[in-house]
Structure formats: C-alpha cells, structure tokens
Design a protein around this ligand. Sequence first.
Ligand code: SF4
Length: 64
Amino acid sequence: MKIHVNREKCQGHNRCYALAPELIDVDDLGSAFEIGDGQVPAELEDKAQLVADNCPEYAIELSD
Ligand code: SF4
C-alpha cells in the first residue's frame, strides 16, 4: 500500500499528522505530505486507512 497527500485538497488541519506521524509530516505552512515515497509498512496499513478516513478534505489517497 502507498499513501499520498493531495496537496491541492489539503487544508492543513494536521489531523493526519496527529494520528500517524510515522506516515505523514507537515511543512512550515502546515500542509501535510507523505514521508519518503509513501510506502506503508504492512503493520501500519490499518493506521493509513484510519488517517484517510479522518481527513475532512478527502486529501489522503491510498493505492496498492
Ligand atoms: S487531515 Fe487532511 S486536510 Fe488535514 S492536514 Fe491532513 S491531509 Fe491535510
């Protein structure tokens, strides 16, 4: 699984970063972005889904 933040949709609530700092970081303006190439370790896949479900802007995309 890969995680990707669509930065055009992100409004910087930082909810994702609070939930999963292992997967998401935020820049100086508060916009979120995926760490590294966005590859999600198997043990964090449930957390990645939780983060995607909790983004109010639907800015977090998951792919296989
Ligand atoms: S929860 Fe969504 S809108 Fe908020 S910072 Fe994360 S990606 Fe951006």
